[in-house]
Ligand binder design. Structure first.
Ligand SMILES: Cc1cc2nc3c(=O)[nH]c(=O)nc-3n(C[C@H](O)[C@H](O)[C@H](O)COP(=O)(O)OP(=O)(O)OC[C@H]3O[C@@H](n4cnc5c(N)ncnc54)[C@H](O)[C@@H]3O)c2cc1C
Ligand code: FES
Length: 265
């Protein structure tokens, strides 16, 4: 069930290059949100755009929820400038969530996909579930977590300035000696090229994998049909529109790797 809630801004902090973490007092949403789900935010009362801005939830504790975002345009710039105690209009939680199995969780995040991965990481820590966290970025100043392979925290940078040199696939390769990936379940969210690279590995090696897709969104709850993704054809002669296309906001954002045709949306 989703709520429309006036949430109070409790803190705004810059945690990495152009990356901000905000905690909001949002008692109804915090009670019911799970990792992978998102909220739709009205960035400001004076917002002159029609559409809210979707953001994954990065954590929920007590009455509070967290979000982590990059400031990339007018909506996220307004969010970065929120002041303490400001009231913000939220709708959520929206979409589905990741599902844990008895396989070893391997969380893979990058860019704007940090938030849901961070939520799941902290939930698994709280439950005492052994898991790996792999985070990718272009360069060192985009990271806010330590690189500690012995603690299964694996940071990667494209330019080699921090952690493993290379993308998250290089990070994934470093754990293969410890863990047969057939025993793992991957949970992935990040930029499209990153998700697509992991999807290809997961599908070709038949690794259990769930991907939280991102696309431009408008309504956030199934009305505008603006957030379509394409399913891999199941070869059925009843290839209806609904069999062929899913809505990221309603059917996702989490999909199994093998049902996604491409992460480029
Ligand atoms: C389900 C979901 C969860 C998301 N979670 C997060 C999150 O946790 N943290 C975060 O930083 N961002 C997240 N995003 C992306 C975020 O919604 C956009 O960055 C935001 O809407 C941009 O709004 P803006 O007004 O600041 O920028 P705009 O002025 O609207 O756009 C600025 C630039 O950002 C690009 N952009 C806009 N929306 C998206 C998008 N959805 N994906 C990629 N690029 C986009 C535009 O093409 C443009 O180049 C999520 C998106 C979805 C669909
Ligand atoms: S965003 Fe409107 S249908 Fe998904």
């Amino acid at each position: 069930m989703a709520f429309q809630e006036s949430a109070r801004v409790k803190s705004v902090e810059k945690i990495a290059h152009n990356t901000f973490q905000v905690f909001l007092e949002s008692p109804q949403i915090s009670k019911s949100v799970s990792p992978g789900q998102f909220i739709n935010i009205l960035p400001s009362d004076e917002w002159d755009r029609v559409m809210r801005r979707p953001m994954s939830v990065s954590g929920a504790e007590g009455s509070d929820i967290g979000i982590i975002f990059k400031a990339v345009g007018s909506g996220t710039d307004a969010m970065r400038d929120w002041s303490i105690d400001e009231e913000v209009d939220l709708v959520g939680p929206l979409g589905n969530s990741w599902s844990i199995s008895d396989k070893v969780p391997v969380l893979i995040g990058g860019g704007v996909g940090i938030a849901p991965t961070w939520f799941l990481h902290n939930e698994l820590l709280a439950k005492g579930v052994d898991h790996y966290l792999i985070m990718g970025s272009r360069t060192a100043n985009e990271h806010f977590i330590e690189h500690a392979p012995k603690e299964k925290l694996i940071m990667c940078t494209d330019d080699g300035s921090f952690g493993i040199s290379g993308n998250v696939i290089a990070g994934l390769d470093t754990i293969r000696e410890d863990l047969a990936l057939s025993e793992a379940k991957l949970f992935v969210c990040g930029p499209a090229p990153m998700m697509e690279a992991v999807r290809e590995v997961a599908v070709s090696e038949k690794i259990d994998c769930e991907i939280a897709l991102e696309t431009l969104m408008a309504c956030g709850f199934g009305i505008c049909q603006g957030c379509t993704m394409e399913y891999v054809s199941n070869g059925s002669s009843a290839d209806t529109y609904r069999n062929k296309f899913g809505l990221v906001c309603m059917d996702g954002p989490v999909f199994k790797a093998e049902e996604i045709k491409t992460c480029y949306l």
